[in-house]
Design a protein around this ligand. Sequence first.
Ligand code: ACO
Length: 322
Amino acid sequence: MYSRIAGTGRCLPERVLTNHDLERMVATSDEWIRERTGIERRHIAAPGETTADLAEKAARRALEAAGVTAADVDFLVVGTTTPDVVFPNVGCLLQDRLGIHGCAAFSIEAACSSFVYALSVADRFVAAGQARCALVIGAETLSRIVDWTDRTTCVLFGDGAGAVVLQPSAEPGILSCHLGADGRYKDLLYFPYGVSRRPEDAGHGEGAFLQMKGNEVFKVAVKTLEGIVQEALDANRLDCSAVDWLIPHQANLRIIQATAKRLGMPMERVVLTLQDHGNTSAASVPMALDVAIRDGRIRRGDLLLLEAFGGGFTWGASLVRY
Ligand code: ACO
């Protein structure tokens, strides 16, 4: 038994913030942002609009695309770094909004890799016959933890949500998922406090904002992504030439290009959304998947390679027959 993707959906907040808008906020330029990152614009949640709001809209679209109703969902997992509240988790908030009760509902926090982590857990439950309709979501309002006066981070991130419905199938489906993490890198990309670690314990100058040593993250990301992607291919005795579409985490165009180059994958077979979405952390992979399915690039039977890398560090990859 395998799990297969039955439907996808996404939701982006209405407000668009362009590079030119950012030029008026910090000492940056459209040219610098495009050259160094590939990003042109990003969507920003409205005041009061939360991660669960975006997740709900993406979920409803994915359910519709799969031809199922919320009542069919029997497993719900949300990957997010920016939950509405500490608890109830976003999965429970979403379950209540969808009017379903009783099934497992939880969230996974693995920064930008959260969706790939969530997908791998849901895949195991569906493939084992323990769930028949799993709703898997990556959703973020990263704009809430970005320092809008810090040009080294604020130009990178955006908000959004992507959703996938998984159902059982005798045919593959998700071929395999591969996850990894290394906490030694905890100081290169982090948010300085939460509940147990209080704001007063945060380091001098950190504030309530995401902290990143971008250059160092970049180097580890390129090397690690190459390894995890190769691991996924090797596990299935496949060569990169078999892959129809690479759907990478949308952090930086240069990271994506480096990964594609090392794999020998032409950029025409890479789904890019970061020019329009920025880095939406856990939401980036499912949103890119939904974009390319809905615009007709990805077709039934195509082989997809999903990958992500984020704070922790955490990383993951999945080979999927759509
Ligand atoms: N506009 C203009 N200049 C800038 C800006 C900006 N927005 N930001 C930085 N600069 C300047 C720097 O101050 C520096 O100036 P200096 O040389 O005078 O000191 C210069 O540009 C170069 O800075 P670098 O940090 O070396 O630039 P780099 O080419 O590394 O690009 C970037 C920075 C885009 C952040 C890149 O390092 C990157 O993408 N890193 C990886 C990010 C990532 O993958 N994160 C993981 C996922 S996110 C998550 O998990 C939540």
